[in-house]
Write a protein that binds this ligand. Structure first.
Ligand code: PLP
Length: 350
């Protein structure tokens, strides 16, 4: 039997894993006398274990995303999917991953927890993707490459052709985190997973879909990868309550909200760029702006004084002097701009 491209990358203990199974895997009916799981027989809406395969929710998401259900993994936030990539592919203290920097902090945290080395490759000064540097850092033990596009905290999406060139040249799993893809005018890579089975696309319900409090993230990938993720995850990783509420909220379209946030992003970027304290507003494909100030710490403190909390990224290499500012409601953005104007009035001209 020929082993698939994917299986040759999987850790030995995972390849040989017998996953936890439930009696309900054998009984497909909806109605029955369920005396198999030691649940309480007293109905209250939540007395039964949830569907570990999340079949109904996957069917809904399949229609929304235009992806077959076999290519969808649902996790307790994207963070679960990130952790699973490490647990499935990376032998602790032996394998490594390559990640871009600056980027989302969770790749590094998940790597540290799993005792896997991360080789960070600094983006170009304009936050461009250093394709050749990334390929040079990968070796025979590099199992995964973490890209984030649009990238957090820089806000830019990388050119599709460059990401595909990387994915093709790199022999391991290329993870493309698309948490912010709904705010971008560029198309994501999800449709590439069929021709390129080593690409894993991560999406989330936490940003454009406005469900950060519910904790739900998606991985879109080759069916063998989805099979492995489903095998390694906690059986009941998504609660009945979460699935029920997500299904309700999926009926409320968010397209208009995304359109409004993108419009506000342009308004705020333009207003910021006219401020004396602002050195640079980076272009953004996401729902936030990375902004370089003359004195990021002073601006940060001033905003806090006005009850406005932004993310201080000024101590991150490549983001020196920068605050990351989420685009909010029109009123919130106006409050931000007003506070910055008062900062300039109070602070001496530099
Ligand atoms: C916000 C964000 C996520 C979402 O994480 P969840 O666990 O799904 O809430 C994923 N990746 C990046 C880069 C993010 O900024």
């Amino acid at each position: 039997m020929e082993r698939s491209e994917i299986d040759s990358l999987v850790r030995h203990n995972i390849a040989g894993l017998t996953p936890y199974s439930t009696a309900r895997d054998e009984y497909q009916g909806e109605l029955g006398t369920f005396l198999d799981a030691n649940e309480s027989p007293y109905e209250n809406g939540y007395n039964r274990y949830p569907d570990p395969h999340q079949k109904r929710l996957k069917a809904r998401l399949s229609a929304i995303k235009g992806m077959p259900v076999e290519n969808i993994f649902i996790g307790n936030g994207s963070d679960e999917a990130i952790d699973l990539i490490f647990r499935i592919f990376c032998e602790p203290r032996e394998d490594n991953v390559v990640a871009i920097a600056p980027s989302y902090g969770m790749y590094r945290v998940a790597a540290a927890i799993n005792d896997v080395e991360v080789r960070e490759v600094q983006l170009g000064e304009d936050f461009s993707l250093p394709v050749d540097d990334i390929l040079k850092r990968a070796d025979a033990h590099t199992k995964a490459l973490f890209l984030c596009s649009p990238n957090n905290p820089t806000g830019n999406a990388f050119p599709r052709a460059e990401m595909l060139r990387l994915a093709d040249a790199f022999g391991g799993i290329t993870v493309v985190d698309e948490a912010y893809i709904d705010f971008s005018d560029t198309e994501g890579l999800k449709d590439e997973i069929f021709a390129r089975p080593r690409i894993v696309v991560l999406q989330t319900m936490s940003k454009a879909w406005a469900m950060a409090g519910l904790r739900m993230g998606l991985a879109l990938a080759d069916r063998r990868i989805i099979e492995l993720m489903s095998m390694v995850k906690y059986p009941y990783n998504i609660s009945e309550a979460t699935m029920r509420i997500v299904k309700e909220l999926l009926d409320l379209p968010v397209d208009d909200q995304v359109t409004e946030i993108k419009a506000q992003r342009a308004v705020v970027a333009e207003a910021l760029s006219r401020l004396r304290s602002v050195k640079h507003v980076y272009p953004s494909d996401a729902n936030f702006l990375l902004v370089r100030f003359d004195d990021a710490d002073a601006v940060y403190d001033h905003l806090i004084g006005d009850g406005i909390i932004v993310r201080n990224r000024s101590r991150i290499k490549g983001c020196e002097g920068c605050l990351r500012i989420t685009v909010g409601l029109k009123e919130e953005n106006e409050k931000l701009l007003k506070s910055l104007e008062s900062y300039e009035k109070e602070s001496p001209v530099r």
